[in-house]
Structure formats: C-alpha cells, structure tokens
Design a protein around this ligand. Sequence first.
Ligand code: HEM
Length: 211
Amino acid sequence: MKRKNAILRTPYTVRMCHWLMVVCFFFVAMSGLSWFFPSLSWLNSLLGGPQLARILHPFMGVLIFLFLAYLFMRLVRHNLPEPGDSKWFAEIGQVLKGDHNEELDTGKYNAGQKVLFWGIMGLISLLLISGVLIWRPYFAPLFSIPTIRIGLFLHALAGILLMLLVIGHIYLAFWVKGSVDAMSSGYVSRKWARTHHPRWYRQVTGKKDAP
Ligand code: HEM
C-alpha cells in the first residue's frame, strides 16, 4: 500500500508483538494438539520432539500471555463496550453482506472485534491460571490431585476454545479485504477506514469526509 494518503492504524510495536505472539501461538497450539489427539502426536516434532515440546510448551505459553498483556494495555481503550455495539449485532446480517449502514458509525474496532478481543484475553488468562496448576515439576506439587484434574480440564477446554476463536479471527482477517494491511504494513487506505470504521476515521483525520 502507498503510504501517501494512507492512515496508520497499527503502530510498529503492536504489530511486532502481534506477530511474535502468533509464531509462539502456532508452536504451543500444535504441541497442545499433539497431546490431545494421539493421531496428531507427530506434531510435537515441530518443537523438537515429545520431551523438548513438553518443556517448551509452558514457557512459550507464558510468553504468549506477556505479549497479549502488552496488546491488552495498548488496545483496551478501543475495545470497551459502547451503546452502539448492540446495534452492530442487530445488523450483523447486513454487516456480513458488506452493506455498510452509516448509522452504525463504528469506532476503531467493531463489536465483533471487541468480542474477539475479550474472548482471547479471557481464555489466555484461564490458560495461564490452569497452566500453573498443572505445571510439573514447578507448581503442580503445591496443589491437590482433584485441583490438578480441574486444572487439566479447564486448560484443555480453554485451549480448544481459543484455537476455534483464532481460526474465526484469521478467516475474518482475510475475508474483510484490506484488514491484513492493518497488521502487516500497519497502514490502511482512507477508503477502507471510512467504510469500515467511520468514527475512527474522523477521529484520526479530524475530517468529516475524505478530501
Ligand atoms: C495468521 C494468523 C493471524 C492473522 C492473519 C491475524 C490478523 C489480524 C489483523 C489483520 C488484526 C487487525 C484488525 C484491525 O486492525 O482491524 C488483528 C488483530 C488482533 N489479533 Fe490477530 N491475526 C492472527 C493471529 C492471531 C492470534 C493467534 C491471536 C491471539 C491468540 C491474535 C490476536 C489478535 C488481537 C488480540 C488483535 C486485536 C483485536 C482488537 O483489538 O479488537 N491474532 N489480527
């Protein structure tokens, strides 16, 4: 995308953090799946085999949490619920058809993206807490067997839900043309900004409409 006339949507540090987190997420998710489904046990070779994967999985999980904590601090103010969000959900059919109702007047992130944001943040927190409960040899000995069992169940459940949410996130990122630019170059066209996030467009440009 030509930077002249484009608008910066995602600063470098946020993009860097997002992509480093995506790389870690890939390895952690693959090793997690390798333990969940025996037929996928070959996937742990991506992290150097069963023993190494078992050691690296929790450390990389903590890294993902730290990257997401940084994203949380940078993005939370744009993801707070607003009265207009319910209208976005009520008109989800039109939104999905690409029929942009100006009355929605979406800010930096739409209601669907906010759900994704809070879903990811909630599930990653649950993964961290349950992960600590079951982390041998460091923390698990501090807890009772029934607590560890609950931890294992919650960890597997949150892991699967997060993977499903991320699959939806990736699908929508490619489906809405121009979105990936927001996370790759960081810049979006004025037309994209005006169409998908008109209120944010006005806030960053201080304009009523494009020149
Ligand atoms: C190939 C994989 C991925 C792609 C292509 C992708 C793409 C994107 C894009 C384009 C955005 C910016 C949307 C916008 O500015 O309108 C974004 C935001 C975001 N992504 Fe990803 N993403 C991927 C994987 C992940 C993963 C694995 C996670 C977390 C586990 C994640 C978490 C987030 C979060 C938290 C945001 C901010 C959303 C918000 O503030 O509402 N992404 N992603």
